[in-house]
Design a protein. Sequence first.
Length: 140
Amino acid sequence: MQTEPTIIGFLCNWCSYAAADLAGNSKLEVPGNLTTIRVMCSSRVDPVFILNAYFQGADGVLVAGCHPGDCHYQTGNYYARRRLALLIKILQTFDIEPKRLRLSWISASEGQRFSEITQEFAKFIKEAGPNPLKKKPFFE
């Protein structure tokens, strides 16, 4: 029996979280295995939060924020993009493929886009299989 993968979504309060709300109000399909965490800005997602999600068994992590140039905090999403680019290198040392972490820009009016991105990501994560950290003991 294959279970649904666990996906954590860190969503910007001003854009992506509002898009998720719009998708729900519009009755658009959003994966039921997506657990959303509202953050004030995508730049407030500390890489340690993402690492912790994987260590706790998440199969995929989505970070979604405002489009570049539209950030409520001016340059927050640029910081997020730089941090996550560096985090990908760290994830690879744990045998976590980079595509298990997705950064997307979704504005408050893009409920349809939120639905599409989350469904596409959930499909990829399901095909990729379980988080490799689930198979290994933490200390070998």
